[in-house]
Ligand binder design. Structure first.
Ligand code: ADP
Length: 343
């Protein structure tokens, strides 16, 4: 039945009821003549009767119409919003709609953030790739313009091209590793090994780099042997990234880099401490973001890609561990993390 038909029948019904009440009232006026209290009582009873009848008729009308409208709205709105619940009223419908619109607003915000992040990410990647690519292009052009004839120049340029290609490969490998971590494709190979030996190996590996700036590297282990349960190869990457950062950001004479290892309960604490340039407090929360570099480090010529600490964080998170940093600007920085202790 259409709503206007229903209203029409309801108004007919109400008019009928009103006429009946008027008739009863008129009848009581003539039959209960001169009885003032009787008149007032009949009048009151008639009003009450009208209120009750109006209430039920209007209630039925609104409910009937409301349910019809709600079931029509249900067919338009998505199923996930309405659920399986039958007999929903307008208040519940309003709550569902506002819940849904809040959810949609949050989703939209996330999508906008992702979009900005995606743009930034692509911008950052192309920026990082551009520098070595332009270097390669420059040397190749010079060689093609005749420099290739001069053997000394040729060898120098070829070795610079080689360095730039290495750098490109490093960036691509780092990106690939981060992507694999983020898509959960990396499985750790957990073994038990002596972390002291691994740290010594990494110190030896980076010794040449340290010598270039006359930096000293020291291992301070609380015990001769300290076993941990972790992925040896991934932890060696963590150590290389942290120790090479300590070397690169020393920026001073008498640079000292210490790796301190001590067992604490069922964990082993590893600290990489330097007395280098430090990090300003405002930059600290961001250094683990991909491509983030403190302003003064952006022009580093030997070029980090700003991915080193992001990788460190990913590797440690895969081990269910955290990385912490404490830094005093111009005094030094300490990175620390724990690993599960071995037997
Ligand atoms: P990068 O490739 O630039 O070294 P990282 O992710 O390894 O990228 O580091 C991010 C930034 O954190 C660096 O650019 C540098 O500004 C800062 N940083 C990292 N380690 C140190 C450190 N030991 N001392 C001072 N600054 C550091």
């Amino acid at each position: 039945m259409k709503f206007h038909q229903l209203t029409f029948y309801a108004s007919l019904f109400l008019t009928g009821v009103m006429m009946l009440v008027a008739f009863v009232f008129d009848f009581s006026k003539t039959s209960i003549l001169n009885m003032k209290t009787g008149m007032a009582a009949t009048f009151l009873a008639s009003i009450l009767l009208m209120i009750v009848i109006n209430y039920f008729v209007l209630d039925f009308l609104f409910n009937f119409y409301g349910k019809k409208q709600i079931s029509r709205i249900r067919t338009i709105l998505p199923q996930e919003m309405m659920g399986q619940e039958e007999g929903m009223n307008f208040t519940q419908l309003g709550e569902r709609v506002s819940e849904m619109s809040q959810k949609t607003a949050t989703e939209l915000d996330t999508m906008k953030e992702m979009e900005t992040y995606r743009k930034e990410y692509i911008g950052n990647i192309s920026h990082e790739l551009k520098t070595p690519l332009f270097t390669i292009q420059g040397y190749v052009e010079t060689l093609m313009d005749g420099a290739v004839e001069n053997l000394a120049v040729r060898d120098k340029y070829l070795s610079r091209i080689d360095t730039s290609v290495e750098r490109l490969l490093d960036i691509v490998k780092d990106l690939d590793m981060i992507n694999q971590f983020e898509s959960g494709e990396i499985d750790l190979t957990i073994t038990e090994f002596d972390i002291n030996i691994l740290v010594r190996e990494m110190i030896d590996l980076l010794d040449l780099e340290a010598q270039k700036i006359n930096a000293k590297m020291q291992l301070q282990a609380a015990q001769q042997q300290i076993f941990v349960k972790a992925d040896r190869q991934r932890i060696s990457q963590v150590l290389v990234n942290l120790i090479s950062n300590a070397i690169h950001y020393a920026n001073r004479d008498n640079a000292l880099i210490q790796v301190i290892i001590k067992p604490i309960n069922h964990k082993v604490l590893i600290e990489i401490k330097d007395n280098g340039m430090g990090i300003k407090p405002e930059a600290l929360p961001r250094i683990f973001e991909r491509f983030y570099r403190v302003e003064s480090s952006r022009n580093r010529r030997d070029g980090g890609s700003g991915l080193g600490l992001a990788i460190v964080k990913h590797i440690l998170e895969a081990h269910h561990e955290n990385i912490e940093v404490h830094s005093v600007y111009l005094e030094g920085t300490t990175f620390s993390f724990t690993l599960e202790k071995g037997e």
